[in-house]
Design a protein around this ligand. Structure first.
Ligand code: PA5
Length: 447
């Protein structure tokens, strides 16, 4: 049994054993490709061994940098997009108090995120908001050329130059990028900003357990050794279980559901702190699987919140959905429904029950309601909101995703479809080299 368990002893809804068995050969092939790199994108398997591969020297450097940043700044602006920020945001939010913004005394800096959009309002508001605070920035881009993060970094650098000396900037700005190439590497070297490396053989969305995620996560006070220990323990458990491991089971069942016409998977959690984890998961699976006209569309929901918005559709709309619930199995259980003499709200029947247990009943009730409504479910369980569990969860989903993409027959590690919007945007912005595209696009727009 791994740290993360896919509860498939009971499948809630359709996907017969025969449908799953039909995919057994595919999982064997996926497993082989993940071991020997013979599959599509086989040069990008560095994450498979990553938890045990990070050297103590690199870890100490990351931790020292995090301590220094934490002592210098109240707010750290993390600049990046896609795989260069979603994993960090996911772990940061999952690990932290949902209301930390309201805490007067922060013993660790707050992380804010930039470079993940092109909104003028967002960046202007961020600059205004950080004015009273001591700030620092971590800019992350593997290619070093991504437009959104490059623009945000240029704006942030110019703002920070107006506040800090050159020497001070070197203590406050760090870049995580390719070891040798790219504009960000050049910019960092020219300005004397310390750099961390995105390993060559790890793509953005699989990089959260490298310096990409570890540095900002460490700055906000999470124990990165425990994150890596959780990932390493999960890796060991999964590989020890061989072909019948839970990550492969998850990959198998989601593909069996797809074969049964369930084209949309909703990743749900009953913990609001996991909202960003569901966003990271959507990118992981969406960018890895959605290509060549194939793929399960990844959607997400936080329950019971979204049962009051999406619940109607899930229960009763088009039958193309299945659900994967990421379920927390332990809690402090200290907050109970109070007893009230008058009982006007008629809640005394659950007086003394912990909120955790009430949430559990919502989970189970929903699971069976959705099953009866034709929405099958899988359940992925983790123990509690701590570093060990989240390291394990990240590793579990990365392995499941790569295996699932290989079952589908696509390259899990590229994202050719992302280029189309960029080409049009560059053409419209008049980027040198895009003259022909500009002409063609303007002709289309004006026709
Ligand atoms: O998963 C991926 O590879 C992408 O989402 C990238 O992380 C994203 O496009 C950002 O790229 P970069 O880190 O090169 O700026």
């Amino acid at each position: 049994m791994g740290i993360i368990n896919v509860n498939i002893d009971k499948i809630y809804g359709r996907a017969s054993q025969a449908e799953v068995d039909a995919l057994k050969g595919e999982i064997e092939a996926a497993n082989r490709m993940l071991y020997d790199g013979s599959g599509k994108g086989g040069d990008f398997l560095g994450w498979v061994s990553l938890p045990g591969r990070i050297g103590s020297e690199e870890l100490e450097a990351v931790e020292a940098c995090a301590r220094s940043l934490a002592s210098l700044a109240d707010v750290i602006v993390v600049i990046g997009i896609g795989g260069s920020y979603l994993g960090t945001k996911a772990v940061y939010e999952a690990m932290n108090d949902s209301f930390q913004l309201l805490r007067k005394k922060q013993d660790r800096p707050l992380l804010l995120f930039a470079g993940q959009n092109l909104s003028e309002d967002y960046l202007s508001e961020l600059l205004a908001a950080v004015k009273p605070y001591r700030i620092a920035a971590i800019v992350i881009s593997k290619s070093g050329t991504t437009t959104e993060s490059a623009i945000a970094f240029r704006v942030m650098l110019s703002y920070m130059q107006s506040r800090y000396s050159k020497d001070e900037l070197r203590r406050r700005i760090f870049a995580t990028t390719d070891a040798h190439t790219g504009a960000l590497k050049q910019l960092a070297d020219e300005n004397g900003f310390e750099t961390y490396v995105v390993p060559e053989d790890i793509g953005g969305r699989f990089s959260v357990l490298s310096a990409v995620g570890l540095l900002p996560i460490a700055v906000c006070g999470a124990d990165i050794d425990k994150i890596l220990a959780g990932a390493a323990a999960e890796r060991e458990a999964l590989f020890a279980a061989g072909l019948s491991n839970d990550a492969y089971k998850y990959a198998l069942y989601r593909n069996a559901f797809l074969a049964d016409g369930k084209e949309v998977e909703i990743l749900c959690s009953y913990e609001p702190a996991l909202r960003s984890l569901t966003e990271w998961w959507k990118q992981l699976f969406g960018e890895s699987e959605g290509k060549d006209g194939k793929g399960i569309f990844p959607a997400s929901a936080i329950f019971s919140t979204d049962l009051h918005s999406m619940g109607q559709y899930i229960q009763d709309g088009r039958r193309m959905l299945f659900e994967t619930v990421v379920r927390q199995t332990e809690c402090g259980c200290a907050l109970k429904v109070p007893y009230d003499e008058a009982d006007v709200d008629k809640l005394n029947y659950i007086a003394g029950e912990s909120l955790f247990d009430v949430n559990e009943k919502a989970f189970l009730g929903t699971l069976y309601a959705h099953r009866d409504g034709g929405v099958p479910s899988l359940v992925v369980e983790y123990e509690r909101r701590d570093e060990f569990s989240f390291g394990a969860l990240v590793y579990f989903f990365c392995l499941a995703c790569a295996a699932s993409a290989y079952i589908l027959g696509v390259n899990p590690f590229n994202q050719p479809g992302v280029e189309a919007y960029k080409k049009n945007m560059f053409a419209l912005l008049g980027k040198p080299g895009y003259e022909k595209e500009r002409e063609a696009l303007l002709a289309k727009i004006n026709s």
